[in-house]
Design a protein around this ligand. Structure first.
Ligand code: SAH
Length: 324
């Protein structure tokens, strides 16, 4: 039976994250260097001040992986921002029981939630790094016969008429692939609605391009590209995040939007160079590792430009750090 691509992707990723340690297959920014989580901790503390220092505040992370970002954030800023951390109720949105256990080793006082809807109300600071890229996408393919929708059957792509009316681009050369993430858009719109009603800000970091159509679905297995349609659950499936669409979804729900800006300039604005220099001064034996981590996170040829940061806030908040 042919299965629509987004349903295939949802099923494959649920199986993958339930049964694998994804970090054997790929490396994310918090795993590259402690400085990433540390700067995001400082971002969160400053943003909380700008919100009027609400106590309590829900500090929500979506898709926390190993819990490294949150652990680094707190360790680095607990002493300079004690009032912030005592106001924080740490909430982790995670669907993998296996990863929840890993997260509990690093963030023992967190509570876990299946979805944003389950997190208690009130002002919130939300962080999501490489979360949206794992949400299911639909793909529409321009053929001689018009637009078809990508399905998967027996490990192979099969293009069939779409079940519903979809607003694709009218004119495009045959072979054009357009991706849409209804799940990502719904997530952004729900998040924005919450921030508008209850206050707060969200920081979304992910990889993605803003430049037009194309098939960006990819699978990584053991650090190497694999066939995304092959064996569901054996590899992590991701797609580029369409930041323009995410921004539209948030703005449509009434949120103020900042960015996207390249990850390199975002981290630079938060003081990546100064923080790295301080870490090196305190740990001279780790100088090479610490400066390589900074370069990997922020250099244009590495993660600095492909990865982007988008911030959405309740209206009326000043521009958050890194988005000036
Ligand atoms: N933010 C972490 C991990 C990124 S991997 C890091 O940067 O290292 C993606 C994370 O999102 C994993 O923790 C995965 O289990 C979680 N995830 C993916 N899809 C999800 C969904 N639909 N609901 C809840 N969590 C999800």
């Amino acid at each position: 039976m042919a299965e629509r691509l987004d349903r295939f992707m949802a099923r494959a990723n649920a199986a993958y994250y339930a049964s694998h340690d994804p970090f054997a297959d790929f490396t994310t920014a918090p795993e590259i260097g402690q400085v990433f989580g540390e700067l995001l901790g400082a971002w969160a503390a400053v943003t909380w001040q700008a919100m009027g220092a609400p106590d309590p505040v829900q500090l929500i992370e979506a898709g926390p992986g190993r819990g490294t970002l949150m652990q680094d954030a707190r360790r680095a800023t607990a002493r300079v921002a004690p009032a912030f951390w005592s106001a924080c109720r740490v909430r982790l949105i995670e669907f993998s029981p296996r990863l929840r256990q890993r997260q509990a080793e690093r963030v023992p006082d967190a509570t876990w939630h299946d979805a944003l809807d389950d997190v208690p109300g009130g002002p919130a600071i939300v962080i999501a790094n490489e979360f949206l890229d794992a949400l299911p996408i639909r793909q529409f393919v321009r053929t001689q016969a018009g637009w078809l929708e990508r399905h998967v059957e027996d490990g192979r792509a099969l293009d069939l008429p779409a079940e519903d009316r979809v607003d694709c681009v009218g004119q495009a050369p045959p072979g054009t692939v357009v991706e849409v993430s209804p799940a990502g858009q719904a997530w952004m719109s729900d998040l924005a609605g919450r921030l508008v009603r209850q206050g707060g800000a969200a920081l979304i970091l992910d990889y993605g391009t803003a430049d037009g159509p194309g098939d960006s679905l990819q699978a990584i297995r053991d650090g190497k590209p694999a066939d995304p349609l092959g064996e569901p659950g054996a590899a992590d499936l991701t797609a580029h995040v369409d930041f323009a669409a995410m921004r539209r979804a948030a703005a449509g729900a009434g949120a103020a939007c900042h960015g996207p800006v390249p990850q390199g300039s975002f981290l630079g604005g938060l003081g990546l160079a100064a923080r790295t220099a301080r870490l090196i001064a305190a740990n001279p034996q780790r100088a090479a590792e610490l400066s390589d981590a900074a370069s990997r996170l922020a250099s244009p040829g590495r993660m600095g430009v492909l990865f982007k940061a988008l911030c959405i806030t309740a209206p009326g908040l000043s521009a958050p750090p890194g988005f000036a």
